[in-house]
Write a protein that binds this ligand. Structure first.
Ligand code: M6R
Length: 612
């Protein structure tokens, strides 16, 4: 959730690492700091509460902070309030070395008690601070920095991605990971360490994704990787495929708006090359499963969090409908602790945009520990989940920077639709039915564009919700998870309390909340359940609720009931969520923007939740 960037080379390090952590601000942003090894081998330490810009403004003139080796950190508070003294990097008592850390040291209390008993004085409330003190302790015993880090990490329970600099070995950065991502960037006579490639791709696309329990020692002229048990490791060089433009806002006011508008392309990227027209089926080679095994699947368990969970729930409707394979959708945070039953011939599928979500990763490990094959749907190539699954599919949405997930969601739903067709064609789905879905899928990008062209209209509707304190989202069938997603989008970026419900459930409780103050956003498509949802809308209107309806065809009834109606293009029922979610994303965006909220970096949230 926090971000780390380190640099060692011949250039002035501070501007490089500061620029890097600015790109990571979407991950965590309550405070930040930088440690630089100065020309006299002194430690320059600068930290600030608030955004990276505050840190940047507080830095002394380059002449007083120049150095070619630096580490920087942007923090999302876990242990200790957001404040300057809790900001990273943290140092040992002698202030000879500094550590930036992502993750949580679970046994920090016991370690801290022992260190304090030996006279160590702590300067912060963080769990992290035990690390520099322990590394300093081993350095005093004569170990070099890499060995001191190795010894320290043997004592630690929990998760970490760390970067360490030391004034007494000023020619290196030592970095290590367990359960929190860490990447080595390889430039020309310069190296980078980072928790997220987007921080460094303007400098290099050549990277090595460190594995758990690996330590890298990086000097200006090279690097060595070894395990915590001191076994030397080669490290596989990968080339990052992202385009640098994907980490710029371009003409858009916010990343979230840019990412919403990228969906015609990102959805097309999710299905491109994956449709086998001649067989009317989908081609998902990354699954790594022969057709015989795919046919044998008797149940699917989908595990995810947040928006990815909503995509999974939509997937369950589509897969059950098309392939007739039962699907359970589980919150990863529940699954990992509740001793799940995984029957024979179950396929476990984890979904995670970032590929780093701690709960999803733990659930995946739990399923694999039980000998089950686990596949993954991720966006970030080389992420931990992508590497630890037995196979899977990249959604190819491109960098998603806005904390509120938008284009990743539609790409996940697109890939789940392909999976449904693939499984369906091996069971009951006829070639004609398969072709109908796949051909219509090819029209979805244009239809999304038609909805994006209604942006001004949607902003006007958003203006009617700006002062609201609550909102209700209703949908039936496959639109119920879309309603959940619409409500999540609104609450996370506008801070308006919002709930999503299956429309039929409204009368079992939430109807008590409806009065003229309550906006109700309802998805009312002309499918088999149309008449049912119209009845639900009558119930809202009878109680003076304000109705905003998303429809795929206008009629007098809906118009008479609705305060605002958005008519989106029609498509097959299976594919409707890919369209009906777009106005909800835009609605949430505009409400938040009109309320002057920090859309891309909502309070308390982080892009990838790498702690429990
Ligand atoms: O990276 P993941 O897909 O695993 O992330 C899961 C959730 O943390 C994420 O979807 C979160 O709910 C977003 N803020 C939603 O917009």
């Amino acid at each position: 959730m926090c971000g780390i960037v380190g640099y060692i080379g011949h250039r002035n390090a501070i501007p490089i690492v500061i620029e890097g952590i600015k790109r990571l601000e979407y991950r965590g942003y309550d405070s930040s700091g930088v440690a630089v090894i100065g020309s006299e081998n002194t430690l320059g330490l600068f930290r600030r509460q608030g955004k990276v810009i505050e840190l940047e403004r507080s830095l002394p003139a380059p002449s007083k902070s120049a150095g070619n080796v630096a580490i920087a950190h942007t923090r999302w508070a876990t242990h200790g309030e957001p404040s300057e003294r809790n900001a990273h990097p943290h140092t040992n008592c002698e202030k000879t070395l500094a550590v930036a850390h992502n993750g949580i040291i679970e046994n920090f209390k016991a370690l801290r008690d022992r260190l304090e008993a030996e006279g160590c004085v702590f300067a912060s409330e963080t769990d992290t601070e035990v690390l520099p003190h322990l590394i300093g302790f081993f350095r005093q015993k004569g170990l070099d920095l890499t060995e001191a880090v190795r010894e320290t990490l043997q004592l630690v329970d929990g998760t970490y991605g760390i970067a360490v600099v030391d004034t007494e070995q000023p020619d290196r950065i030592v970095a290590a990971r367990k359960g929190s991502p860490l990447i080595l960037g390889i430039g020309d006579d310069e190296f980078f360490v980072t928790s997220d490639v987007s921080a460094i791709i303007i400098h290099t696309k050549k990277v090595i994704y460190l594995e758990d329990r690996e330590i890298v020692t990086v000097r200006r002229d090279g690097f060595e990787i070894s395990t915590l048990d001191n076994i030397s490791v080669e490290g596989k060089v990968s080339i990052v495929e992202w385009d640098v433009s994907s980490i710029d806002k371009g003409p858009y006011k916010h990343f979230m708006l840019k990412e919403i508008f990228e969906q015609p392309e990102s959805v097309a990227n999710a299905f491109r090359g994956r449709i086998a027209d001649s067989l009317s089926t989908a081609r998902l080679g990354g699954l790594g499963l022969p057709p015989q095994e795919l046919r044998r699947i008797k149940q699917i368990q989908i595990i995810a969090c947040g928006t990815s969970w909503h995509a999974g729930l939509i997937g369950s409707y589509i897969i059950e409908d098309i392939a007739r394979v039962p699907v359970r959708v589980e919150y990863a945070g529940e699954y990992r602790y509740r001793n799940p039953i995984i029957p024979e011939d179950t396929l476990v599928l984890v979904i995670s945009q970032s590929g780093e979500t701690a709960d999803t990763l733990a659930a995946l490990r739990e399923a694999r520990a039980r000998g089950v094959r686990v596949l993954g749907l991720t966006n970030v190539v080389g992420s931990t989940i992508a590497r630890e699954t037995d196979g899977g599919v990249y959604i190819h949405a491109g960098a998603e920077i806005g904390v509120a997930s938008t284009k990743a969601f539609t790409s996940q739903v697109t890939v789940l639709t392909l999976l449904a067709v693939l499984l369906g064609r091996m069971r009951h789905l006829s070639p004609l039915e398969g072709a109908e879905i796949l051909n219509e899928l090819k029209h979805i990008p244009d239809k999304i564009q038609t909805i994006l062209d209604m942006n001004v209209e949607i902003r006007a509707i958003a203006a009617s919700m700006v002062d609201d304190r609550n909102a209700l989202y209703l949908g039936r069938g496959v639109h119920y998870p879309v309603a959940l997603e619409g409500a999540l989008k609104l609450k996370e970026i506008s801070y308006i309390h919002a709930e999503g419900y299956p429309a039929a459930e409204m009368k079992h409780g939430p109807i008590a909340l409806i009065d003229k103050e309550m906006p109700v956003v309802a998805i009312a498509m002309r499918d088999a359940l149309y008449d049912k949802i119209v009845s639900n809308l009558q119930e809202v209107k009878a109680r003076h609720g304000r109705l905003i309806t998303i429809v795929d065809g206008l009629d007098d009834q809906i118009e008479a009931l609705s305060d605002h109606t958005l008519c989106i293009p029609a498509t097959l029922p299976t594919l409707q969520p890919l369209l009906s979610v777009i106005p909800l994303q835009l609605l949430a965006y505009h409400v938040a923007d009109l309320r002057n909220m920090n859309v891309d970096q909502p309070r308390n949230l982080a892009k990838s939740v790498t702690v429990e």
